[in-house]
Ligand binder design. Structure first.
Ligand code: CU
Length: 153
């Protein structure tokens, strides 16, 4: 009787510990099930240049809107979000301070539209991990593959 109880106590303790372990293992800064980052890439800078562009798709799987407020990473001194707007018939780059992502939707950072500008880039091995910062305090870490600029000729 005593032994049975003791075992029960042990297994209860084990469950408790493993639950704590699971919570501990899930980074509070990231929830891959809630937010998906795909097609994440950084263009390898043109030789002699230290400024380049980065792209990604961000999917909000949650049922509330989220706002991307910034992106950071060790590979660049600073990273800015930019958008491209038509001003006086010319396409111009403008800083994008934040962008909201409605529940169940995807926001694209892609060539010709929203993009990341990376300054003083020092790329190591591909991929580079960048941190996508959300207004709710969550930081989503994602690997960005290094890509070459596609030859236009
Ligand atoms: Cu730009």
């Amino acid at each position: 009787m005593f032994l049975t109880r003791f075992r029960a106590l042990i297994s209860a303790t084990c469950i408790c510990v493993s639950m704590v372990g699971m919570i501990g293992c899930t980074p509070s800064t990231q929830n891959p099930a809630t937010y998906d980052v795909s097609n994440a890439s950084i263009r390898t800078p043109v030789p002699g240049r230290t400024v380049t562009a980065g792209y990604f798709d961000f999917k909000n799987n949650s049922d509330v809107s989220v706002t991307i407020v910034g992106v950071s990473g060790d590979v660049a001194a600073s990273i800015e979000m930019h958008t491209i707007k038509k001003i006086d018939d010319q396409m111009r780059m403008r800083p994008l301070p934040e962008i909201s992502v409605a529940p169940g939707t995807v926001v694209n950072f892609a060539s010709g539209g929203n993009h990341l500008m990376l300054f003083d880039v020092q790329l190591g091995n591909s991929p580079s991990v960048l941190k996508i910062e959300l207004a709710n305090g969550v930081i989503v870490e994602a690997p960005f593959q290094h890509t070459q600029l596609i030859d236009s000729d």
